[in-house]
Design a protein around this ligand. Structure first.
Ligand SMILES: [Cu+2]
Length: 155
């Protein structure tokens, strides 16, 4: 014989879980949604062992190889440049092996995979021009993985 109370609490749990599943599905799509009008698009390419940034906006056009110098914690060749408060969409890929593009202070982390472009958008803090945020590869990619760094530079 079926207990009415048992049926009731079973249905209550089913309804609750269905609600959580529906809400989570909507939220997951919203998290991955890209802004319709970002301030700038930057193509980020991971190489063994440096980052390449490609711009197509008015102020900076072309690709820049950002080479890190561990002895004085600087980069040469180029950086990820963005004005304060900008919304930056990065299109991330890898040239050789799998890397991972990471700006720890801003919670940005996305894999750089050869043959695939991962898109991600983030907001740049309203920091003073000249402020730098560390970029670090977070996927072990060979001998000089530890120095595969660059900076997000506020312009
Ligand atoms: Cu790497």
């Amino acid at each position: 014989m079926v207990n009415k109370l048992e049926v009731a609490w079973t249905l209550a749990v089913v309804a609750l879980l269905a609600g959580v599943a529906a809400y989570s599905t909507v939220l997951l799509y919203q998290i991955d949604a890209l802004p319709s009008d970002p301030t700038e698009y930057v193509t980020v390419i991971g190489h063994q062992w440096y980052w390449e940034f490609c711009y197509s906006n008015e102020s900076s056009v072309g690709c820049f190889n950002s080479t890190y110098d561990a002895t004085n914690n600087t980069v040469s060749g180029g950086e990820l440049w963005a004005p304060p408060g900008a919304v930056v969409q990065i299109n991330v890929t890898g040239a050789d092996v799998i890397h991972s593009f990471n700006i720890p202070q801003l919670g940005v982390r996305i894999d750089a995979i050869p043959g695939r472009t991962n898109q991600f958008a983030f907001s740049v803090p309203n920091a003073a021009p000249g402020t730098q945020y560390l970029i670090q590869c977070t996927e072990f990619c060979g001998e000089f993985h530890g120095t595969m760094r660059s900076f997000l530079m506020i312009t």
